[in-house]
Design a protein around this ligand. Structure first.
Ligand code: DAO
Ligand code: DAO
Ligand code: DAO
Length: 207
């Protein structure tokens, strides 16, 4: 399977690879409802993974077929869990986001996942969330066209950049997993994108 670098709803175009050879797995869009009336596209996203790291999944899934893997929950759970270098690139399309609404959305979407996953791995989720949110400055602007990169580096380090400028790094397996889960976990922001990501991830094992 190959992956189009153009997100069709927004027309946003993504690079085919980023961060020294992480290749595009799929693209999607993050929407939100305003007062249940109007839906706005907030950002388009692309998800990337390092090819050689993806091969780590071969140990367990090397003999499975593509059609087995494309819907297999355990396969995605292992991808979320493993030390695979990945990047999620967000391209802002809604230009009037306030930092307050970003913080709120974030506390909701990432906060619930931190709680969900920490049931099996005890850790201080409030502290993690605070740590992450404190990377964003109150006067940070996010105009249309801004690029946010959230990446999982070797050893479960979450790295955050805005327009190429690094905000900070936090070492936390739980935080990395909670963020990636938004894009290809069980209840993803964009279901089509998740399917595309899963299919392409599976096909990378085979090549
Ligand atoms: O808080 O900065 C922010 C983002 C809020 C998004 C609200 C979007 C409102 C769009 C209203 C359109 C009405 C026609
Ligand atoms: O304020 O309730 C609101 C409406 C705006 C919601 C915005 C969702 C923001 C998603 C996070 C963007 C991160 C870059
Ligand atoms: O879409 O609900 C969501 C969450 C997206 C994660 C956004 C992380 C944003 C980090 C940078 C914000 C800078 C102000």
């Amino acid at each position: 399977a190959s992956c189009s670098p153009v997100e069709s709803r927004t027309g946003e175009v993504f690079p085919e690879d980023v961060d020294g050879g992480r290749r595009l797995l799929g693209v999607g869009v993050r929407r939100t409802n305003v007062l249940g009336l109007k839906s706005i596209d907030v950002y388009a996203f692309g998800v990337y993974a390092d090819d050689s790291d993806v091969k780590k999944l071969n140990e367990k899934y090397g003999t499975a077929t593509l059609s087995e893997l494309k819907d297999k929950k355990e396969f995605i759970a292992d991808a979320l869990e493993s030390d695979i270098r990945m990047t999620v690139r967000l391209q802002i399309v809604y230009g009037r986001l306030s930092i307050r609404s970003v913080r709120n959305a974030f506390a909701k979407s990432v906060g619930t996942r931190l709680q969900k996953f920490s049931a099996s791995e005890p850790s201080d989720t409030d502290e993690l969330l605070q740590k992450f949110v404190s990377l964003f400055r109150d006067d940070q602007k996010l105009p249309k066209g801004s690029v946010i990169e959230l990446s999982r580096e070797e050893g479960y380090v979450l790295r955050t950049r805005i327009d190429g400028e690094e905000l900070g790094q936090i070492q936390s397996k739980l935080l990395c997993k909670s963020i990636l889960d938004l894009y290809f976990g069980e209840d993803p922001l964009d279901k089509n994108a998740k399917q595309e990501i899963q299919l392409n991830l599976a096909s990378r094992l085979k090549t």
